[in-house]
Each structure stands twice: as C-alpha cells, then as structure tokens.
Design a protein around this ligand. Structure first.
Ligand code: GAL
Length: 494
C-alpha cells in the first residue's frame, strides 16, 4: 500500500501517466500543459500536497447565499468533455465492493476483444470498494493492496494502452456508500491524486454527504456546494476528467431535483436511484425511482430537455446482460425487493428496450455485465451501431413524449437528430401484444414532398411508406420497443 501512495507523491510517476491522444478531447494550449499531462499549477499542488496535507483542511461551509453565486458556467465550456454521452463499463453491477485490478483488466481486454471499444465504449470505471480503509500518513488515498497490488496508476497505464480511459469512484461525504474513505475535506488532494494516477472520469456519489449538512443550510445548497467543490478541484488539476455525479444516492429528495443545478456543475448526473435487472417494480418501494427498467421511463422523459452536449441525464448503469449467476448481490437484492422474485434478469426483448430507451434519452451508456462471458445476443445488442448512433447523436436534442401517457396502449417519443432525421421510440410497456398505426402528424413530423425512409434499428428493415407524412405501423410483443430512424427522402443533410 505504501507503494501506491508513494507513487502519487513522486512526480516521476506522474511523468509516466499516459495521455490518450484523442481528437475528441480538448487540446489545451502548451503553456498550461506540462509533459506530465498535468498543468503547471497542478504539478506544484502535487508537490505541496504530497507532504502537507494539513493544508487540505475542512471543506468550507456553504450557506444558501454563497452557493447561489458560486455555481460556475457549464463545465464543457472550459473542458470540452462529454460532447456526446459517455459510454463504457463500470464494475459495480458485477463485482460490487470486491472489485479488483483483475476485474478491471479483464473488462478492458473484453471491451477490445468484443468490439465494444470500437463501438464507442471507452471508459472503464472502478466503482466503490477500491480504497484501503484508511488514507496514508499524508492523507493520500490508497488502493486496497490485496486487490490492486500494482496501484491505480499502473492500472491506468494498462487501460490507456488499450485505447481506453480509466474511471474511478469517490464521494463528497466522509465515507463512501461502502464505508470507505470519502473526499470530504480532501477534495483538492484527491483530485490531484486522481490526475496524477491518470484518471479520466470520476463518479462522485453523495452517500453520507447530506448527513454532514450544517444547520441553517438548505439540502439543495449543501448538495450544490459539495459537488461544485470537487468539480472546481478537478478543473484545477488541468487534466480533462469527466465528472459524473449521483446526488440521489442519499435517499434525499433534494437530490432528485439535481437537474435544476447539475448541468452547471457536472457532465452527467443521475436522474434515478440505483437500477437493477428487472422489468417493473411491483412491490411498494420507499423513494426508489428507476429501480427496474420500465420505472426509468418517466423520470427520463421528464428531464430529457436538461441534457445536451457536455451535460447529460444519467439513467444509471445498464442492466443489459446481467444474469443471476453473475451479479453483485446488492443489485440482485434490489431487484428482488422490487419484484418479490428471488432471481431476476431482463430477457433479450426487455434488454433491447432498455438500450433503446437509454439511447433515445441520450443517457450515458455504461454496461455492467460480465463482458467475458456474455451471450452473442447481448454482445450484438450492445454493439448495434445504428442504435448507439441515436444515443451519440451530435445534436444532443431532447426526446418529447407524443400522444400522452398512453397512445393506443403504447408509450411514444420523438427526437430531432443532427442532419434533419427524426428518431421515434415506441414502447409496449404492457403484458400483452399490441399492434398500432401511428399517424405522422401527432408525431409532429413535418410533411416532406418525397416522403420518408424509415429504418427499424433493431431489425435493420427499411421501408418507404406512402405519403408526405408517414403512418408508422408497429406490432410489439410485451415489453418490446421499436426504435426507428426517419430520414426525409431527397432532403440534404442540415
Ligand atoms: C450507490 C450507487 C451505485 C454504486 C454504489 C456503490 O449509491 O448508486 O451505482 O456506485 O453506490 O456503493
């Protein structure tokens, strides 16, 4: 464990941090970058904080007034990150707090071998549980030496060498949700540590933080302050680090209103609580929106317009491909609580629907299944490029609900895409098969003299219905979705 901490304190280790040369990432002017991949001010901070963690101090107080004026501009303005929703893999759903370097290396290798990396899944994130229970004598976080014997910097190098990026997990509280050391009062030090290790993505999870709220401060102001503090600390390192926050893990309803402030603070924020492999919640759950797949649709729909390039709604890690034999027991228990069944998983139809909904609402697409053993069907759906292109559409436009809560028993959304195409999502949330003809006008499709070409993104079927505004015919099994891309015939892009 000493090795790992020492690695952070030594600048020569930072020199080994490999930066990924990706055109999509912002190139900072040379004068703010050093050959270590950190800005010069950040390097100085590494030197100072390495030995003087007393300076980390306690986190500053946040009064409502100070928070109100303190929210900085959208992060992408300065960093240009997450122009499209981040895609990748996260360890939580599979390994829980037992995650190890072996798991992360296996996931990285599998992302390459399965073609997922090339389909866009780039971030490999180590979720909660990676830390040793105590910081070192300098206040630096240490990776659990048994499960991460080479430390995090070595893992970052492994991941970077495969054209991938490394994500890590922390909390603004004193402890994470798994009781490991949190970043409260250590934000600047931890941000510098992550940057020196070569971390590219931080998942920052409220956990115990709301319990620290001083009297006289509103819950909202306290959340904004805590999440903004780390965001500023990340910015100060000079390393582009995608910032993914989960204000709702505290079970605090104020966290559920994150969309009113989170777009100014983070690149993505959770709009649901934890998600598990089940279709629909049937038992009463106390304050638990989004646990099963179909529970997520309404929160996703309500906040769709808050997303856009650089700042995205996050519907949580995908349950696609999670099986009862390969799932973190915490996640399995959650599904059981929601459904009353012991063993839960999405079938392939439901899994395709989940991917369709996450893509339609431009959520982060973070797989969590065992990539080394997944079925060909799971792999094929996770790498369906036509579907992923909806998620990754550069316009980042919002999906809008059509026809009210139920249109012929179906849920329907449309979304404008770059170049003038339109995505249409039709979901049969019910338990019986449904067929319907959906006229184009209520879908708010504009008349096009030569009509529309319609691509069914799951079957690959192309059709060209008659008329300037097409009627969409769907025939859907229970829980099935049709994800369609409508291209106006003869209209040039833009
Ligand atoms: C939850 C979070 C999960 C996972 C877990 C780890 O709050 O929603 O995604 O990160 O904490 O303890």
């Amino acid at each position: 464990m000493i090795d790992d901490a020492a690695r952070v304190r030594r600048i020569d280790d930072a020199a080994r941090v490999r930066r990924i040369d990706d055109a999509a990432r912002v190139r900072r002017p040379a004068w703010v970058r050093s050959r270590f991949g950190l800005s010069l001010p950040a390097l100085l901070t590494v030197l100072v904080l390495g030995g003087l963690c007393g300076l980390c101090g306690d986190a500053p107080d946040a009064s409502d007034a100070s928070v109100g004026v303190g929210i900085p501009a959208h992060r992408e303005v300065s960093a240009g990150l997450a122009r499209t929703p981040p895609m990748g893999w996260n360890s939580w759903n599979l390994r829980g707090a037992a995650v190890s370097a072996v798991d992360i290396r296996a996931a990285a290798d599998a992302l390459v071998a399965t073609g997922m990396r090339d389909a866009g899944y780039r971030y490999v994130t180590i979720d909660d549980g990676w830390m040793f229970p105590a910081r070192d004598e300098h206040g630096t976080l240490i990776a659990d030496p048994g499960r991460f014997p080479g430390g995090i910097a070595a893992l970052a190098r492994y991941v970077h060498a495969r054209g991938l990026r490394l994500g890590i997990y922390e909390s603004p509280g004193r402890t994470t949700c798994q009781g490991r050391p949190g970043s409260y009062g250590h934000e600047a030090h931890d941000a510098v540590t992550f940057a020196a290790w070569g971390v590219d993505y931080l998942k920052y999870d409220a956990c115990s933080y709301p319990g620290l709220r001083p009297a006289g401060t509103s819950a909202r102001a306290w959340l904004v302050a805590g999440f903004t503090r780390m965001r500023n600390a990340l910015d100060a390192t000079g390393r582009p680090i995608v910032y993914s926050i989960n204000p709702s893990s505290s079970g605090d309803p104020a966290g559920e209103r994150a969309w009113s402030w989170a777009p100014s603070v983070a690149n993505l924020w959770r709009v649901t609580n934890d998600h598990a492999p089940c279709w629909a919640t049937v038992l009463p759950m106390d304050y638990y929106p989004g646990v099963c797949t179909s529970d997520s649709f309404d929160p996703a729909s309500a906040w769709a317009s808050e997303g856009g390039p650089g700042h995205w709604n996050d519907l949580d890690m995908l349950a696609v491909g999670l099986t009862p034999s390969a799932v973190n027991p915490d996640v399995e228990n959650l599904a059981s609580l929601a459904t009353g069944r012991v063993s839960n998983q999405l079938d392939d139809i439901e899994a395709r629907t989940e991917l369709s909904v996450w893509s339609m609402f431009a959520s982060a697409l973070i797989a969590g299944n065992d990539l080394t053993t997944m079925s060909p069907a799971t792999r094929t759906m996770l790498t369906n490029r036509a579907v992923l292109a909806i998620d990754q559409d550069p316009l980042g436009g919002p999906a809008s609900r059509r026809g009210g809560d139920s249109w012929d028993g179906l849920s329907v959304w449309t979304r404008p895409l770059a170049g003038g195409d339109t995505a249409v999502l039709v979901v049969n949330r019910g338990d019986t098969r449904r067929a319907a003809d959906l006229p184009g006008s209520p879908l708010a499709l504009r008349a096009n003299p030569a009509g529309y070409e319609i691509a069914d993104l799951w079957t690959g079927r192309l059709t060209r219905p008659a008329g300037t505004v097409p009627t969409l015919s769907v025939d859907l099994a229970p829980h099935e979705a049709a994800l369609l891309r409508l291209t106006p015939v003869g209209r040039t892009a833009g």
